[in-house]
Design a binder for this molecule. Structure first.
Ligand SMILES: *Cc1c(COP(=O)(O)O)cnc(C)c1O
Length: 399
């Protein structure tokens, strides 16, 4: 490669390091579970994984993947519409639709792709999308594509601000299709979209609603069917996008769940479907086993929330001030980026893996360590982590 180009990259990488955005990678040598083996560290309790239900290493989920590897081979070898659609995709998609309460669903290799395949495919010049300010990067990019390729209007409303959403809906009332797009659970804050209000507002304005429930599927609601279940609006959300890479086995994959017509339309038109391979059958089979597991074991969802309440309470009793909330995402705000990074380093020395997040991922001055509790944790794991938090919190003068 041209040396001037490489030199430029090196200068920029140095700048990342100086400003604290450079991310050091940790290498794991075991499945995701309550504890993981980290290269050079041994076993640590992990509070940074999206493995909310502990299904990454659930025997049924692993066995389903292995069986599919034998039955269908390593990969699809094609995109969906040529010869990449397998019977396991159809089974998975029916199960996902039943889980989130829609007529149909369509799988993608990631939720990133599901989102990217949505807005630019369904929105054109006469349409508008209205997006929450704190939406995930994949929604933001989907909107950007729809704006630049499809020339649709795009507006952003202040985070969970229903008055602002109403104003934005009124501002585009002449548009043909108005789509309100929100995260179900906001991953940096751990708060939940005001979905019942959003659905009601949208209905009143003749708009449709899309929810990216990546941190909600398998997590929110009494039986893990997502943010819509918790809000009492199952079946009223027009479009649900979500990931298979978090609670549902954690491998990879995503989906869009909606009417049969929309899923068919996306199958025909969305570019990640048309130009990128289908989800590997092994991954589809593991995800299907994960969906079946969630459906058969609501007590796993209950355990997740018991654990989250317990951990949140223990942090508060220890003098920390985690952000208020009811999700298993529990951020502890520490202020400056360097402080959050230092806290996560000290915690790792104590055998607890929690990632620190700073600017620009979160606003300046609101750097944090973000804890994610799992149903895989026992009380002993959580107590061990709390002890480490107390020790490091005292050392840094946080408590
Ligand atoms: C994690 C996440 C994604 C990306 O999911 P992948 O399947 O890993 O691409 C998309 N949206 C939200 C809200 C997420 O939290």
């Amino acid at each position: 490669m041209a040396s001037t180009f490489t030199a430029r990259l090196q200068v920029e990488l140095e700048e990342f390091k100086r400003t604290g955005v450079y991310k050091r990678l940790n290498f794991l040598d075991s499945p995701q579970s309550a504890r993981v083996r980290m290269e050079g560290r041994g076993d640590v309790v992990i509070l940074s994984s999206n493995n909310y239900l502990g299904l990454c290493d659930e025997p049924e989920v692993i066995a389903a993947g292995k069986a599919a590897l034998d039955r269908y081979g390593a990969g699809t070898g094609s995109v969906r519409f040529i010869c990449g659609t397998f019977t396991i995709h159809r089974e998975l998609e029916a199960a996902l639709a039943a889980l989130v309460g829609t007529e149909a669903s369509l799988s993608y290799v990631s939720c990133w792709n599901a989102n990217e395949g949505l807005c630019p495919t369904i929105l054109g010049e006469r349409d508008a999308v209205i997006s929450d300010q704190l939406n995930h990067a994949s929604i933001i990019d989907s909107v950007r594509l729809a704006r630049t390729i499809g020339k649709c209007q795009s507006l952003v409303y202040r985070h969970s601000d229903m008055a602002d959403l109403r104003e934005k809906l009124e501002a585009v009332k002449g548009a043909r299709t108005r789509l309100v797009f929100t995260d179900g659970v906001f991953s940096m804050e751990g708060d939940v979209a005001r979905l019942a209000d959003i659905v009601e507002l949208a209905r009143r304005h003749g708009a449709i609603v899309a929810v990216d429930d990546s941190h909600g599927t398998g997590v929110m609601g009494a039986t893990g069917r997502g943010t819509a279940e918790r809000a009492g609006v199952m079946g009223d959300v027009d479009i649900v996008t979500s990931t298979l890479g978090k609670a549902l086995g954690g491998a990879a994959g995503g989906f869009t769940a909606s009417s049969a017509a929309l899923c068919d339309y996306l199958t025909q038109r969305s570019r990640p479907q048309l130009f990128s391979n289908a989800l590997p059958p092994t991954v589809a089979a593991s995800a299907l086993a994960a969906v079946r597991y969630v459906t058969a074991h609501p007590e796993r969802v209950a355990r997740l929330h018991d654990n989250a309440r317990y951990f949140r309470g223990a942090l508060e009793d220890s003098g920390f001030k985690p952000l208020a909330g009811e999700t298993p995402i529990i951020p502890v705000i520490l202020g400056e980026t360097a402080r959050a990074i230092r806290m996560s380093e000290l915690l790792l020395e104590e055998g607890v893996f929690v990632t620190g997040f700073g600017y620009p991922v979160v606003p300046q001055g609101q750097a944090r360590v973000r804890c994610q509790v799992s149903a895989a944790h026992t009380r002993e794991h959580l107590d061990f982590a709390i002890e480490a938090f107390r020790k490091t919190g005292r050392k840094l003068g946080v408590i």
